[in-house]
Design a binder for this molecule. Structure first.
Ligand code: FAD
Length: 433
């Protein structure tokens, strides 16, 4: 039996592994269909920001770390301008006068944001008064209490669209000091002093039990994301070619075992894998909770039939909540003494926000891209779960808003954890042979 044959309750959640498998059987093909759509495949991201926490050691020059950004004309107008006529907070697309329209590969040396708001590098952006006001509104909105992510600088010339389907998350060979420093910093400095995987006497499970629910949840979220990344790189591993064989991307069972076998991970591997299930249920719960919001969202791309199709796919996805009504229960968190719980929630939010900033320290562009998609997706899930009084039965408060990028990140994050669970089951059948 494979160590990845998980069973029992998903800790700190309301259901067990078997229920997650049943749910995911339905969710996986549907979420794959959703993230293929134009609305969801273009993610706007700044991969050129420098690390705010330690001197930048630049990005690696590994071939599989490079990211292809989009040509101007590849991105649908509706996606670029998000001028959905139904929305009250529209702003017109920026008037970018000069833009390099060739497909670009992001340079390996991170670029710094230059200049003031009106002239950024060699791209001139002229803002009308209306645009400026719209940006100010967004800025205030970003600073609002409920944001769990460091917002992107909307005016930076380094903000580019990336087609996520053309830049899949997979093995890049990013490792060593740079990768270690990022993970170490996430666990140690930003994670409520959680179990330290780098110390000799590392017994995460007993250390975890001593933490309160909120801190355990924080740890499971980070550990689940880490395990999902390592599952993806094992499932889509690059086998180098030789004189007889072409290079090939396919599952590497040995790599998966090295990362999760209890004998090689001081017994921790299976619990790390279970944290993927936890994270999946948390993100799923957020998608379901925001159901009323998806009903009113236009998923605007500028093509009516495409927008309608996305809405239909999302409607189908939401129907799956009937199969697994209770998953993660956010109402158990931040209860008790109001002053203490408010403080804890604020700390939780700030620490998670810091983690979104640490993504600028990831030295491999491809890993940085998917790290940003996932942390922003989880941040959006947390915002949905912990924005008080925004959702009731079938309605959503008019003050609750999500930007297109937040929606894209949320559904792509769900897609990551859904495919990780699918891959864990695939490894189970591969090790059975
Ligand atoms: P690491 O995965 O670096 O882990 C370090 C230590 O953390 C381990 O020794 C273990 O004690 C502990 N640990 C491991 N997993 C968990 C867990 N789930 N929960 C708790 N503790 C754990 N590489 C790619 O090939 N493709 C990618 O797309 C990619 N994306 C990345 C994104 C980010 C944000 C980062 C920081 C790294 C990424 N990497 C990626 C690198 C990859 O995650 C590993 O860091 C790298 O393969 C080196 O692995 P390692 O064996 O040193 O252990």
């Amino acid at each position: 039996q494979c160590f990845c044959q998980l069973s029992g309750k998903v800790e700190d959640c309301c259901c067990d592994v078997e229920a997650v498998h049943n749910l995911n059987k339905e969710v996986y093909p549907k979420i794959l269909e959703i993230v293929k759509q134009n609305y969801f495949k273009f993610f706007k991201v700044n991969l050129g920001r420098s690390c705010p926490f330690w001197p930048d050691d630049g990005t690696c020059s590994l071939k599989d770390c490079s990211v292809q950004t989009c040509k101007e004309d590849e991105v649908p107008e509706g996606v670029k301008g998000y001028h959905d006529p139904k929305k009250s907070y529209n702003h017109k697309p920026l008037k970018v006068q000069k833009e390099n329209s060739k497909r670009q590969t992001v340079k390996e040396q991170p670029k710094k944001c230059k200049g003031d708001n009106s002239t950024l590098g060699d791209v001139n952006i002229h803002l009308s008064e209306e645009d400026k006001q719209a940006f100010e509104t967004w800025q205030q909105y970003d600073d609002a209490e409920n944001s769990f992510c460091q917002p992107e600088d909307e005016l930076s010339a380094d903000l580019k669209y990336v087609n996520l389907l053309l830049n899949p998350e997979r093995f890049t060979n990013y490792k060593g000091d740079s990768a270690n420093r990022v993970w170490y910093s996430i666990y140690q400095e930003n994670c409520f002093k959680l179990p330290n995987p780098y110390t000799e006497k590392y017994e995460a499970s007993s250390a975890l039990n001593q933490l309160c629910l909120e801190k355990r949840v924080f740890y499971r979220v980070i550990s689940g994301m880490h395990a999902s990344i390592n599952t993806h790189l094992s499932a889509q591993y690059l086998f180098k070619g030789n004189g007889f064989m072409k290079p090939e991307w396919r599952p590497n069972v040995e790599e998966f075992k090295k990362r999760f076998d209890p004998e090689k991970t001081k017994g921790q591997g299976p619990s790390w894998l279970k944290n993927i299930y936890f994270l999946y249920l948390l993100v799923w719960r957020a998608v379901i909770k925001a159901g009323p919001y998806w009903k009113q969202e236009g998923f605007f791309t500028g093509h009516k039939s495409e927008d309608g199709l996305v809405k239909k796919h999302i409607g189908d996805l939401l129907l799956q909540s009937r199969n697994c009504p209770s998953t993660f229960d956010e109402t158990m968190m931040f209860t008790g003494d109001p002053v203490t719980s408010r403080g804890l929630k604020e700390e939780f939010r700030k620490k998670f926000r810091n983690i979104t900033r640490i993504m600028d320290c990831v030295g491999c562009q491809k890993c940085r891209l998917w790290g940003k998609v996932q942390t922003q997706g989880i941040g959006t899930a947390l915002k949905i779960l912990f924005s008080s009084n925004q959702f009731a039965e079938d309605t959503v408060s008019p003050s609750f808003r999500l930007k297109r990028n937040e929606i894209v990140a949320l559904f792509n994050a769900l897609g990551r954890y859904s495919s990780s669970i699918h891959y864990v089951q695939m490894f189970r059948s591969l090790t059975r042979r």
